[in-house]
Design a protein around this ligand. Structure first.
Ligand code: HEC
Ligand code: HEC
Ligand code: HEC
Length: 415
Protein backbone atom coordinates (compact mmCIF):
# COMPACT_ATOMS: atom_id res chain seq x y z
CA UNK A 1 0.00 0.00 0.00
CA UNK A 2 2.62 2.51 1.06
CA UNK A 3 4.76 1.65 -1.91
CA UNK A 4 1.82 2.45 -4.17
CA UNK A 5 1.43 5.73 -2.33
CA UNK A 6 5.08 6.47 -2.77
CA UNK A 7 4.86 5.66 -6.45
CA UNK A 8 1.88 8.00 -6.60
CA UNK A 9 4.02 10.78 -5.16
CA UNK A 10 6.64 10.21 -7.81
CA UNK A 11 4.01 10.11 -10.53
CA UNK A 12 2.80 13.59 -9.51
CA UNK A 13 6.25 14.93 -9.97
CA UNK A 14 6.28 13.41 -13.43
CA UNK A 15 2.95 15.07 -14.33
CA UNK A 16 4.33 18.36 -13.17
CA UNK A 17 7.41 18.22 -15.37
CA UNK A 18 5.19 17.25 -18.28
CA UNK A 19 3.02 20.38 -17.75
CA UNK A 20 2.46 22.94 -20.52
CA UNK A 21 5.74 23.84 -22.18
CA UNK A 22 6.60 27.46 -21.49
CA UNK A 23 9.43 29.31 -23.03
CA UNK A 24 10.17 31.81 -20.34
CA UNK A 25 12.56 30.66 -17.68
CA UNK A 26 11.06 32.83 -14.92
CA UNK A 27 7.79 31.04 -15.17
CA UNK A 28 9.53 27.68 -15.18
CA UNK A 29 11.31 28.67 -11.98
CA UNK A 30 8.02 29.69 -10.42
CA UNK A 31 6.41 26.38 -11.32
CA UNK A 32 9.39 24.40 -10.06
CA UNK A 33 9.40 26.36 -6.79
CA UNK A 34 5.65 25.87 -6.51
CA UNK A 35 6.00 22.14 -7.02
CA UNK A 36 8.60 21.94 -4.25
CA UNK A 37 6.37 23.97 -1.93
CA UNK A 38 3.47 21.62 -2.61
CA UNK A 39 5.79 18.87 -1.35
CA UNK A 40 6.82 20.81 1.76
CA UNK A 41 3.14 21.56 2.42
CA UNK A 42 2.18 17.90 2.02
CA UNK A 43 -0.84 18.87 -0.10
CA UNK A 44 -0.81 15.35 -1.56
CA UNK A 45 -1.09 13.78 1.90
CA UNK A 46 -4.64 15.15 2.21
CA UNK A 47 -5.78 16.14 -1.30
CA UNK A 48 -4.81 12.89 -3.07
CA UNK A 49 -7.54 11.85 -5.49
CA UNK A 50 -9.16 8.46 -5.98
CA UNK A 51 -6.77 7.83 -8.89
CA UNK A 52 -3.87 7.97 -6.42
CA UNK A 53 -1.89 10.47 -8.45
CA UNK A 54 -3.84 13.73 -8.70
CA UNK A 55 -4.89 16.37 -6.17
CA UNK A 56 -8.57 15.67 -6.94
CA UNK A 57 -9.50 15.13 -3.26
CA UNK A 58 -12.29 12.99 -1.87
CA UNK A 59 -10.77 11.64 1.35
CA UNK A 60 -12.63 12.16 4.59
CA UNK A 61 -10.50 13.55 7.41
CA UNK A 62 -11.42 12.49 10.91
CA UNK A 63 -11.51 15.49 13.24
CA UNK A 64 -12.80 15.99 16.80
CA UNK A 65 -15.96 17.47 15.26
CA UNK A 66 -16.67 14.80 12.68
CA UNK A 67 -15.64 13.96 9.15
CA UNK A 68 -14.46 16.70 6.81
CA UNK A 69 -14.17 16.04 3.08
CA UNK A 70 -11.00 17.14 1.32
CA UNK A 71 -11.82 19.09 -1.85
CA UNK A 72 -10.52 18.85 -5.39
CA UNK A 73 -7.75 21.43 -5.96
CA UNK A 74 -6.91 20.57 -9.55
CA UNK A 75 -7.69 23.38 -12.05
CA UNK A 76 -11.01 21.84 -13.13
CA UNK A 77 -13.54 24.63 -13.74
CA UNK A 78 -16.52 22.71 -12.48
CA UNK A 79 -15.33 20.59 -9.55
CA UNK A 80 -11.89 22.03 -8.73
CA UNK A 81 -10.37 25.50 -8.36
CA UNK A 82 -10.07 26.21 -12.10
CA UNK A 83 -11.98 29.47 -11.82
CA UNK A 84 -10.05 30.79 -8.83
CA UNK A 85 -7.83 33.83 -9.38
CA UNK A 86 -4.43 34.14 -7.77
CA UNK A 87 -6.06 36.47 -5.24
CA UNK A 88 -8.83 33.96 -4.46
CA UNK A 89 -6.19 31.32 -3.79
CA UNK A 90 -4.25 33.69 -1.56
CA UNK A 91 -7.41 34.36 0.48
CA UNK A 92 -7.95 30.64 1.10
CA UNK A 93 -4.30 30.00 2.04
CA UNK A 94 -3.90 32.97 4.38
CA UNK A 95 -7.38 33.61 5.82
CA UNK A 96 -9.25 30.34 5.22
CA UNK A 97 -11.89 32.13 3.15
CA UNK A 98 -13.28 30.89 -0.17
CA UNK A 99 -14.02 33.29 -3.06
CA UNK A 100 -17.74 33.23 -2.13
CA UNK A 101 -16.86 34.40 1.39
CA UNK A 102 -17.54 31.11 3.19
CA UNK A 103 -15.04 30.00 5.81
CA UNK A 104 -12.95 26.86 5.58
CA UNK A 105 -12.45 24.54 8.53
CA UNK A 106 -9.00 24.60 10.11
CA UNK A 107 -8.53 20.90 9.27
CA UNK A 108 -7.13 22.68 6.21
CA UNK A 109 -3.95 24.09 7.79
CA UNK A 110 -4.42 27.70 6.63
CA UNK A 111 -3.54 28.70 10.20
CA UNK A 112 0.03 27.66 9.24
CA UNK A 113 -0.06 28.51 5.52
CA UNK A 114 -0.83 32.12 6.51
CA UNK A 115 2.86 32.31 7.53
CA UNK A 116 3.94 31.68 3.91
CA UNK A 117 5.27 34.57 1.82
CA UNK A 118 3.14 36.05 -0.94
CA UNK A 119 5.72 34.89 -3.48
CA UNK A 120 5.61 31.28 -2.22
CA UNK A 121 1.80 31.17 -2.32
CA UNK A 122 1.78 32.66 -5.83
CA UNK A 123 4.26 30.00 -6.95
CA UNK A 124 2.09 27.22 -5.50
CA UNK A 125 -0.80 28.70 -7.47
CA UNK A 126 1.32 28.83 -10.64
CA UNK A 127 2.25 25.17 -10.19
CA UNK A 128 -1.33 24.04 -9.52
CA UNK A 129 -2.40 25.76 -12.77
CA UNK A 130 -0.06 23.47 -14.74
CA UNK A 131 -1.73 20.28 -13.46
CA UNK A 132 -4.16 18.21 -15.45
CA UNK A 133 -7.73 19.27 -14.49
CA UNK A 134 -9.57 16.31 -12.99
CA UNK A 135 -13.37 16.32 -13.00
CA UNK A 136 -14.20 14.88 -9.59
CA UNK A 137 -17.03 16.31 -7.49
CA UNK A 138 -16.56 16.01 -3.72
CA UNK A 139 -19.53 16.18 -1.32
CA UNK A 140 -18.47 18.83 1.20
CA UNK A 141 -21.43 18.63 3.59
CA UNK A 142 -20.20 15.91 5.91
CA UNK A 143 -20.17 17.50 9.37
CA UNK A 144 -23.07 17.14 11.82
CA UNK A 145 -24.93 20.24 13.06
CA UNK A 146 -23.79 22.65 14.55
CA UNK A 147 -20.32 22.29 13.11
CA UNK A 148 -21.62 22.34 9.59
CA UNK A 149 -22.49 26.00 10.07
CA UNK A 150 -19.51 27.53 8.40
CA UNK A 151 -20.26 30.96 9.84
CA UNK A 152 -19.28 29.52 13.21
CA UNK A 153 -15.74 29.62 11.85
CA UNK A 154 -15.77 33.37 12.28
CA UNK A 155 -15.96 32.83 16.04
CA UNK A 156 -13.23 30.21 15.86
CA UNK A 157 -10.97 32.47 13.86
CA UNK A 158 -11.50 35.29 16.28
CA UNK A 159 -10.50 33.08 19.20
CA UNK A 160 -7.66 31.07 17.74
CA UNK A 161 -6.19 32.47 14.62
CA UNK A 162 -3.49 35.08 14.08
CA UNK A 163 -3.10 35.68 10.36
CA UNK A 164 0.13 37.07 8.99
CA UNK A 165 3.35 36.24 7.24
CA UNK A 166 6.32 34.72 9.07
CA UNK A 167 8.73 37.30 10.52
CA UNK A 168 12.33 36.13 10.75
CA UNK A 169 14.15 36.68 14.04
CA UNK A 170 17.10 38.99 13.24
CA UNK A 171 19.04 37.60 16.23
CA UNK A 172 19.01 34.07 14.80
CA UNK A 173 20.90 32.45 11.94
CA UNK A 174 19.56 32.19 8.41
CA UNK A 175 19.34 28.41 8.88
CA UNK A 176 17.24 28.78 12.06
CA UNK A 177 14.88 31.19 10.33
CA UNK A 178 14.54 28.96 7.26
CA UNK A 179 13.69 26.05 9.57
CA UNK A 180 11.20 28.15 11.53
CA UNK A 181 9.53 29.19 8.29
CA UNK A 182 9.20 25.59 7.09
CA UNK A 183 7.99 24.17 10.42
CA UNK A 184 5.51 26.97 11.19
CA UNK A 185 4.50 27.74 7.60
CA UNK A 186 4.23 25.22 4.75
CA UNK A 187 5.26 22.21 6.91
CA UNK A 188 2.36 22.90 9.36
CA UNK A 189 3.97 20.56 11.93
CA UNK A 190 1.90 22.12 14.72
CA UNK A 191 -1.34 20.88 13.15
CA UNK A 192 -0.61 17.52 14.77
CA UNK A 193 2.19 18.19 17.26
CA UNK A 194 0.41 20.96 19.21
CA UNK A 195 -2.37 20.00 21.62
CA UNK A 196 -5.88 21.21 20.68
CA UNK A 197 -8.28 22.97 22.99
CA UNK A 198 -11.99 22.17 22.99
CA UNK A 199 -12.62 24.38 19.99
CA UNK A 200 -9.95 22.68 17.94
CA UNK A 201 -7.56 25.62 18.28
CA UNK A 202 -3.96 25.45 19.47
CA UNK A 203 -3.63 25.40 23.23
CA UNK A 204 -1.83 28.63 24.00
CA UNK A 205 1.74 28.21 25.27
CA UNK A 206 1.93 24.50 24.43
CA UNK A 207 3.29 24.91 20.94
CA UNK A 208 4.75 21.62 19.56
CA UNK A 209 4.39 19.91 22.95
CA UNK A 210 2.49 16.93 21.57
CA UNK A 211 -1.07 16.32 20.48
CA UNK A 212 -3.52 13.42 20.31
CA UNK A 213 -5.26 12.81 17.00
CA UNK A 214 -7.93 10.15 16.61
CA UNK A 215 -6.03 7.27 18.17
CA UNK A 216 -2.53 8.47 17.31
CA UNK A 217 -0.23 10.61 19.34
CA UNK A 218 2.08 13.14 17.74
CA UNK A 219 4.79 13.45 20.41
CA UNK A 220 6.41 16.50 21.88
CA UNK A 221 8.96 17.82 19.34
CA UNK A 222 10.33 20.67 21.40
CA UNK A 223 13.95 20.56 22.58
CA UNK A 224 12.92 19.12 25.95
CA UNK A 225 15.47 16.37 26.65
CA UNK A 226 13.11 13.96 28.38
CA UNK A 227 9.80 14.05 26.52
CA UNK A 228 10.88 16.08 23.50
CA UNK A 229 13.61 15.55 20.91
CA UNK A 230 16.26 17.61 22.71
CA UNK A 231 18.54 14.59 23.10
CA UNK A 232 18.45 13.81 19.35
CA UNK A 233 21.31 15.04 17.20
CA UNK A 234 20.60 17.19 14.17
CA UNK A 235 21.61 14.21 11.98
CA UNK A 236 19.13 11.90 13.73
CA UNK A 237 16.26 14.32 13.14
CA UNK A 238 17.29 14.64 9.49
CA UNK A 239 17.42 10.83 9.10
CA UNK A 240 14.00 10.45 10.71
CA UNK A 241 12.42 13.05 8.43
CA UNK A 242 14.14 11.74 5.29
CA UNK A 243 13.90 7.96 5.84
CA UNK A 244 11.30 7.58 8.58
CA UNK A 245 13.81 5.64 10.67
CA UNK A 246 16.43 6.14 13.29
CA UNK A 247 17.61 3.95 16.14
CA UNK A 248 15.38 6.06 18.33
CA UNK A 249 12.21 5.08 16.56
CA UNK A 250 10.37 4.83 13.31
CA UNK A 251 7.65 6.99 11.80
CA UNK A 252 4.32 5.20 11.52
CA UNK A 253 0.72 6.20 10.86
CA UNK A 254 0.14 9.86 10.00
CA UNK A 255 3.87 10.64 10.38
CA UNK A 256 4.75 7.87 7.92
CA UNK A 257 2.54 9.68 5.41
CA UNK A 258 4.20 13.01 6.16
CA UNK A 259 7.57 11.34 5.50
CA UNK A 260 6.43 9.60 2.32
CA UNK A 261 4.75 12.58 0.66
CA UNK A 262 6.65 15.44 2.10
CA UNK A 263 9.83 15.33 4.16
CA UNK A 264 11.53 12.45 2.26
CA UNK A 265 11.34 14.67 -0.82
CA UNK A 266 12.72 17.81 0.79
CA UNK A 267 16.31 18.94 0.33
CA UNK A 268 18.97 18.00 2.86
CA UNK A 269 19.51 21.72 3.57
CA UNK A 270 15.84 22.22 4.43
CA UNK A 271 15.73 19.13 6.66
CA UNK A 272 18.81 20.41 8.50
CA UNK A 273 17.21 23.82 8.87
CA UNK A 274 14.06 22.32 10.42
CA UNK A 275 16.19 20.25 12.81
CA UNK A 276 18.20 23.33 13.78
CA UNK A 277 15.03 25.27 14.51
CA UNK A 278 13.49 22.46 16.57
CA UNK A 279 16.68 22.03 18.62
CA UNK A 280 17.38 25.73 19.13
CA UNK A 281 13.94 27.18 19.74
CA UNK A 282 14.03 26.03 23.36
CA UNK A 283 11.56 24.14 25.52
CA UNK A 284 9.48 24.62 28.62
CA UNK A 285 11.05 22.62 31.43
CA UNK A 286 8.56 20.08 32.76
CA UNK A 287 9.24 18.24 36.02
CA UNK A 288 10.04 14.55 35.46
CA UNK A 289 7.64 12.03 37.01
CA UNK A 290 9.15 9.62 39.53
CA UNK A 291 9.95 6.18 38.18
CA UNK A 292 7.67 3.33 39.30
CA UNK A 293 9.93 0.86 41.14
CA UNK A 294 10.80 -2.57 39.78
CA UNK A 295 9.21 -4.11 42.90
CA UNK A 296 5.74 -2.84 41.87
CA UNK A 297 3.50 -5.81 40.97
CA UNK A 298 2.42 -4.23 37.65
CA UNK A 299 6.03 -3.70 36.63
CA UNK A 300 6.96 -7.28 37.58
CA UNK A 301 4.09 -8.78 35.59
CA UNK A 302 4.92 -6.45 32.72
CA UNK A 303 8.56 -7.58 32.79
CA UNK A 304 7.51 -11.23 32.37
CA UNK A 305 5.26 -10.36 29.43
CA UNK A 306 8.07 -8.31 27.90
CA UNK A 307 10.49 -11.23 28.07
CA UNK A 308 7.97 -13.57 26.45
CA UNK A 309 6.50 -11.28 23.83
CA UNK A 310 8.79 -8.39 23.06
CA UNK A 311 12.41 -9.16 23.92
CA UNK A 312 13.00 -11.30 20.81
CA UNK A 313 12.93 -8.11 18.77
CA UNK A 314 13.52 -5.20 21.13
CA UNK A 315 16.17 -7.13 23.17
CA UNK A 316 16.05 -7.82 26.90
CA UNK A 317 17.65 -4.53 27.87
CA UNK A 318 15.42 -2.50 25.52
CA UNK A 319 18.33 -1.54 23.28
CA UNK A 320 16.72 -2.76 20.04
CA UNK A 321 18.62 -3.62 16.85
CA UNK A 322 19.96 -0.72 14.82
CA UNK A 323 18.05 -0.25 11.56
CA UNK A 324 15.56 -3.02 12.44
CA UNK A 325 13.89 -2.76 15.83
CA UNK A 326 13.72 0.61 17.59
CA UNK A 327 15.21 0.84 21.03
CA UNK A 328 12.71 1.29 23.83
CA UNK A 329 15.28 2.41 26.38
CA UNK A 330 15.65 6.15 26.60
CA UNK A 331 12.81 6.51 24.08
CA UNK A 332 10.70 9.62 24.41
CA UNK A 333 7.66 8.18 22.58
CA UNK A 334 7.52 5.48 25.26
CA UNK A 335 7.60 7.97 28.14
CA UNK A 336 5.16 10.62 26.90
CA UNK A 337 2.65 11.53 29.59
CA UNK A 338 -0.06 10.46 27.12
CA UNK A 339 0.36 6.68 26.45
CA UNK A 340 -1.73 6.75 23.23
CA UNK A 341 1.29 6.22 20.96
CA UNK A 342 2.61 3.22 22.88
CA UNK A 343 -0.81 1.56 23.23
CA UNK A 344 -1.52 2.05 19.56
CA UNK A 345 1.68 0.25 18.57
CA UNK A 346 1.19 -2.67 20.98
CA UNK A 347 -2.48 -3.20 20.04
CA UNK A 348 -2.27 -2.54 16.33
CA UNK A 349 1.35 -3.04 15.37
CA UNK A 350 3.08 -0.57 13.10
CA UNK A 351 4.51 -0.37 9.64
CA UNK A 352 6.71 2.63 9.25
CA UNK A 353 7.28 4.82 6.26
CA UNK A 354 8.93 3.70 3.10
CA UNK A 355 11.17 6.27 1.50
CA UNK A 356 13.27 6.29 -1.64
CA UNK A 357 16.29 5.25 0.44
CA UNK A 358 14.51 2.53 2.40
CA UNK A 359 11.67 0.97 0.47
CA UNK A 360 10.79 -1.96 2.69
CA UNK A 361 10.87 -1.47 6.42
CA UNK A 362 10.44 -4.11 9.15
CA UNK A 363 7.07 -3.96 10.87
CA UNK A 364 5.78 -4.46 14.38
CA UNK A 365 3.15 -7.22 14.70
CA UNK A 366 -0.24 -6.37 16.24
CA UNK A 367 -0.37 -7.96 19.69
CA UNK A 368 -3.80 -6.77 20.81
CA UNK A 369 -5.33 -10.15 20.02
CA UNK A 370 -2.79 -12.02 22.16
CA UNK A 371 -2.79 -9.84 25.26
CA UNK A 372 -5.77 -8.78 27.41
CA UNK A 373 -6.27 -5.23 28.72
CA UNK A 374 -4.45 -5.90 31.99
CA UNK A 375 -1.47 -7.48 30.20
CA UNK A 376 -1.16 -4.63 27.71
CA UNK A 377 -1.37 -2.13 30.59
CA UNK A 378 1.32 -3.98 32.56
CA UNK A 379 3.78 -4.36 29.71
CA UNK A 380 3.28 -0.68 28.82
CA UNK A 381 3.83 0.33 32.45
CA UNK A 382 6.98 -1.83 32.46
CA UNK A 383 8.58 -0.30 29.35
CA UNK A 384 7.56 3.20 30.51
CA UNK A 385 9.48 2.65 33.75
CA UNK A 386 12.57 0.67 32.73
CA UNK A 387 16.05 1.43 31.41
CA UNK A 388 15.92 5.14 32.21
CA UNK A 389 12.28 5.75 31.20
CA UNK A 390 9.82 7.15 33.77
CA UNK A 391 6.13 7.80 33.13
CA UNK A 392 2.72 7.32 34.70
CA UNK A 393 1.34 3.75 34.94
CA UNK A 394 -1.11 2.69 32.23
CA UNK A 395 -4.51 1.37 33.38
CA UNK A 396 -6.62 -1.41 31.80
CA UNK A 397 -9.32 1.27 31.27
CA UNK A 398 -6.98 3.26 29.06
CA UNK A 399 -6.28 0.10 27.04
CA UNK A 400 -10.00 -0.61 26.66
CA UNK A 401 -10.64 2.98 25.49
CA UNK A 402 -7.82 2.65 22.98
CA UNK A 403 -9.25 -0.63 21.65
CA UNK A 404 -12.52 1.20 21.04
CA UNK A 405 -10.86 4.04 19.14
CA UNK A 406 -8.91 1.60 16.97
CA UNK A 407 -11.71 -0.97 16.51
CA UNK A 408 -12.35 -1.73 12.88
CA UNK A 409 -9.08 -0.16 11.78
CA UNK A 410 -7.01 -2.85 10.12
CA UNK A 411 -3.56 -3.30 11.52
CA UNK A 412 -0.99 -1.78 9.17
CA UNK A 413 1.12 -4.90 9.65
CA UNK A 414 -1.63 -7.13 8.27
CA UNK A 415 -1.80 -5.52 4.81
C1 HEC B 1 -4.11 18.12 6.78
C2 HEC B 1 -4.83 18.00 5.53
C3 HEC B 1 -4.59 19.09 4.47
C4 HEC B 1 -3.40 19.50 3.96
C5 HEC B 1 -2.00 19.05 4.33
C6 HEC B 1 -3.72 20.46 2.92
N1 HEC B 1 -5.08 20.63 2.85
FE1 HEC B 1 -6.07 21.87 1.59
N2 HEC B 1 -7.81 21.40 2.51
C7 HEC B 1 -7.99 20.41 3.45
C8 HEC B 1 -9.39 20.33 3.82
C9 HEC B 1 -10.00 19.37 4.82
C10 HEC B 1 -10.05 21.32 3.08
C11 HEC B 1 -11.54 21.64 3.12
C12 HEC B 1 -11.89 22.45 4.35
C13 HEC B 1 -13.36 22.80 4.38
O1 HEC B 1 -14.16 22.16 3.70
O2 HEC B 1 -13.71 23.75 5.09
C14 HEC B 1 -9.02 21.98 2.27
C15 HEC B 1 -9.27 23.04 1.40
C16 HEC B 1 -8.33 23.59 0.56
C17 HEC B 1 -8.63 24.64 -0.39
C18 HEC B 1 -9.99 25.26 -0.62
C19 HEC B 1 -10.65 24.56 -1.77
C20 HEC B 1 -12.13 24.79 -1.86
O3 HEC B 1 -12.69 24.47 -2.90
O4 HEC B 1 -12.73 25.24 -0.88
C21 HEC B 1 -7.46 24.92 -1.04
C22 HEC B 1 -7.24 25.95 -2.14
C23 HEC B 1 -6.45 24.05 -0.50
N3 HEC B 1 -7.02 23.25 0.49
C24 HEC B 1 -5.13 24.03 -0.92
C25 HEC B 1 -4.14 23.29 -0.29
C26 HEC B 1 -2.74 23.35 -0.64
C27 HEC B 1 -2.17 24.18 -1.79
C28 HEC B 1 -2.08 22.53 0.21
C29 HEC B 1 -0.58 22.28 0.31
C30 HEC B 1 0.26 23.48 0.37
C31 HEC B 1 -3.07 21.96 1.11
N4 HEC B 1 -4.30 22.43 0.76
C32 HEC B 1 -2.77 21.09 2.14
C33 HEC B 1 -6.99 19.64 4.00
C34 HEC B 1 -5.64 19.79 3.76
C1 HEC C 1 -0.60 14.56 10.19
C2 HEC C 1 -0.04 14.73 11.50
C3 HEC C 1 1.44 15.10 11.60
C4 HEC C 1 2.10 16.14 10.98
C5 HEC C 1 1.54 17.17 10.01
C6 HEC C 1 3.47 16.06 11.42
N1 HEC C 1 3.64 15.02 12.28
FE1 HEC C 1 5.39 14.44 13.15
N2 HEC C 1 4.45 12.87 14.02
C7 HEC C 1 3.09 12.59 13.93
C8 HEC C 1 2.81 11.36 14.66
C9 HEC C 1 1.44 10.68 14.81
C10 HEC C 1 4.05 10.92 15.18
C11 HEC C 1 4.31 9.64 15.98
C12 HEC C 1 4.66 8.56 14.99
C13 HEC C 1 4.76 7.20 15.57
O1 HEC C 1 4.21 6.98 16.66
O2 HEC C 1 5.37 6.34 14.92
C14 HEC C 1 5.05 11.90 14.77
C15 HEC C 1 6.41 11.81 15.09
C16 HEC C 1 7.35 12.79 14.79
C17 HEC C 1 8.73 12.77 15.24
C18 HEC C 1 9.36 11.69 16.12
C19 HEC C 1 9.18 12.10 17.55
C20 HEC C 1 9.48 11.01 18.52
O3 HEC C 1 9.59 11.35 19.71
O4 HEC C 1 9.60 9.83 18.14
C21 HEC C 1 9.34 13.89 14.74
C22 HEC C 1 10.78 14.31 14.94
C23 HEC C 1 8.34 14.59 13.97
N3 HEC C 1 7.16 13.89 14.02
C24 HEC C 1 8.58 15.78 13.31
C25 HEC C 1 7.63 16.42 12.51
C26 HEC C 1 7.92 17.61 11.75
C27 HEC C 1 9.25 18.35 11.71
C28 HEC C 1 6.76 17.92 11.09
C29 HEC C 1 6.53 19.03 10.09
C30 HEC C 1 7.37 19.01 8.92
C31 HEC C 1 5.76 16.93 11.46
N4 HEC C 1 6.33 16.04 12.32
C32 HEC C 1 4.46 16.93 11.00
C33 HEC C 1 2.14 13.32 13.25
C34 HEC C 1 2.41 14.41 12.43
C1 HEC D 1 8.66 -9.28 15.60
C2 HEC D 1 9.38 -8.22 16.20
C3 HEC D 1 8.70 -7.37 17.27
C4 HEC D 1 8.05 -7.79 18.41
C5 HEC D 1 7.82 -9.20 18.89
C6 HEC D 1 7.67 -6.59 19.10
N1 HEC D 1 8.04 -5.49 18.39
FE1 HEC D 1 7.73 -3.57 18.94
N2 HEC D 1 8.47 -2.95 17.13
C7 HEC D 1 8.98 -3.77 16.17
C8 HEC D 1 9.32 -2.96 15.01
C9 HEC D 1 9.90 -3.45 13.70
C10 HEC D 1 8.97 -1.63 15.33
C11 HEC D 1 9.08 -0.40 14.43
C12 HEC D 1 7.78 -0.33 13.66
C13 HEC D 1 7.76 0.80 12.74
O1 HEC D 1 8.42 0.71 11.73
O2 HEC D 1 7.07 1.76 13.06
C14 HEC D 1 8.45 -1.66 16.69
C15 HEC D 1 8.02 -0.54 17.37
C16 HEC D 1 7.65 -0.53 18.70
C17 HEC D 1 7.36 0.67 19.47
C18 HEC D 1 7.43 2.10 18.95
C19 HEC D 1 8.83 2.62 19.13
C20 HEC D 1 9.04 3.97 18.50
O3 HEC D 1 9.80 4.76 19.06
O4 HEC D 1 8.45 4.25 17.43
C21 HEC D 1 7.03 0.27 20.73
C22 HEC D 1 6.66 1.16 21.89
C23 HEC D 1 7.10 -1.18 20.73
N3 HEC D 1 7.48 -1.62 19.49
C24 HEC D 1 6.83 -1.97 21.83
C25 HEC D 1 6.73 -3.35 21.79
C26 HEC D 1 6.25 -4.15 22.90
C27 HEC D 1 5.82 -3.59 24.24
C28 HEC D 1 6.26 -5.44 22.46
C29 HEC D 1 5.77 -6.65 23.20
C30 HEC D 1 4.46 -6.56 23.81
C31 HEC D 1 6.79 -5.44 21.11
N4 HEC D 1 7.04 -4.16 20.74
C32 HEC D 1 7.01 -6.58 20.34
C33 HEC D 1 9.16 -5.12 16.25
C34 HEC D 1 8.65 -5.93 17.25
Amino acid sequence: MRNTLLAAGIATVAIATAGPARADVDNFTEVARGRYLVTTGDCMGCHIGPDGTSLAGGHLLETPFGMIAVPNITPDNETGIGKWSQQDFHGAMTRGVRPDGTHLYPAFPYTAFTRMTRKDIDDVYAYLRTLEPVNHAVDRDTLPFPFNVRMAMLGWNWLNFTPGEFRPDPNKSGEFNRGAYLVEGPGHCGLCHTPRNMLGGDQGGKHLEGGALQGWFAPNITADKRVGIGAWSQAEIVDYLRDGHTERGAASGPMAEVVTYSTSQMTEADLKAMATYLLERGAAAEPAPTVIAGSDARVQKGAAIYDDTCAACHVGDGSGVAGMFPRLRDNQLVRQADPTGVLRVILQGAQSASSPRMVTAPSMPALGWRLDDQQVADVATFIRNSWGNAAAAVTPDQVRAMREVTAGVASPAEH
